[in-house]
Design a protein around this ligand. Structure first.
Ligand code: PMV
Length: 327
């Protein structure tokens, strides 16, 4: 019986210059450029098994089977791999996250990057990192960035992400303050479409994002934390202002989110280098330097509603792993 299998690990990334909105929804191309940091602490391991004994495609995140739209997205990516190789076997995908999935932290970036790599390897395809990034991007634009390690850019309308600086370029720390009580999750594609249709600020966001992206890229290249932090916070607040002004509003901020933002500002006033960013959820991510990380983490831990603070360093590119590797 034919069985083709492979496993890959990819790491989540957090955008320093944010992406929100599609230039081409059918091809999943982005309307604005983005720049992210791949994180060592948030890891997804994905195994794929093409098996002649399977009647249909199956996918699991931990023990939870995927159905409906989440399963369709996985199958659409595998269909592309099947079309490239002529293989018709059905597949079983099993994905494990090293971080709490229930926390609502974005796992689609690491998940689809790992799936693209594992799927290509299982079918014997030797795709370049750029080709893998394009494949991952078709499922989730942020996944294009998780194919690479370190600092990574995805230009507006681009097929694939490109590395900006390697993992060892700059030893920064990203603290993830996990906030329990959040808005009910709205899938990002749906949220972006809703924002583009109903937010009067959408055009202003799309027009202003490229300049902020350039500032973020320059600050990363020059390892200028103050310039990066200022531009990153601006990018975050521009994106949230645009979401908030949609109708009905996409409102991700909770009292704990605001408490964490306030803590970051107070830390800065007392001389700690700390800058915030947020995605489509209530969690707050804080960029700092190793010398300040412990103090910043302690300050975030005591914010009411913050349940956990995860500490991450720049992470590696997606890579193939053996059968016995931990999640
Ligand atoms: O590519 P998606 O569907 O995971 O959307 C990502 C959107 C944000 O996380 C809010 C911003 C970003 O650039 O990662």
């Amino acid at each position: 019986m034919t069985i083709l299998a492979a496993r890959a690990v990819a790491h989540a990334n957090i955008a320093l210059a944010k992406y929100w909105g599609k230039h081409d929804a059918a091809r999943n191309l982005t309307a604005v450029p983005s720049l992210s940091l791949t994180l060592d602490g948030l890891r997804t391991k994905t195994e794929i098994l093409f098996d002649a004994g399977l009647a249909g495609d199956e996918a699991f995140v931990g023990d939870r089977p995927l159905t409906e739209r989440p399963l369709e997205r996985v199958v659409a990516l595998i269909d592309q791999l099947r079309a490239m190789t002529g293989v018709t076997l059905r597949a079983r995908v099993t994905s494990t996250n090293s971080f709490p999935t229930a926390s609502g932290l974005a796992s689609s970036a690491s998940g689809f990057a790992a799936l693209a790599l594992a799927g290509a390897r299982a079918l014997g395809l030797s795709l370049s990192p750029s080709e893998l990034s394009a494949l991952a991007r078709s499922a989730s634009a942020s996944a294009a960035r998780s194919v690479f390690g370190g600092f990574v850019a995805l230009e507006a309308g681009a097929e694939a992400a490109v590395p900006v600086a390697p993992q060892d370029h700059w030893n920064v720390v990203m603290l993830v303050a996990v906030v329990t009580r959040g808005a009910k999750g709205v899938a990002s594609s749906e949220g972006m479409g809703h924002t583009a249709r109903t937010s009067p600020y959408y055009r202003a966001w799309v027009d202003s994002a490229p300049e902020v992206f350039q500032e973020v890229r320059r600050a990363v290249q020059e390892r200028d934390l103050e310039a990066l932090g200022e531009a990153m916070e601006h990018s975050t607040l521009l994106m949230h202002a645009c979401m908030l002004a949609s109708r009905p509003s996409l409102f991700y901020l909770t009292p704990s989110t605001l408490g964490a933002l306030d803590t970051v500002r107070s830390l800065r006033r007392t001389g700690s280098a700390a800058y915030f960013t947020m995605d489509a959820g209530p969690h707050v991510k804080v960029l700092t330097l190793p010398a300040h990380a412990e103090q910043v983490a302690h300050a975030l831990e005591v914010v009411p509603g913050v349940v956990e603070v995860l500490s991450c360093r720049p992470g590696p590119a997606a890579h193939e792993v053996g059968a016995d590797t931990r999640p």
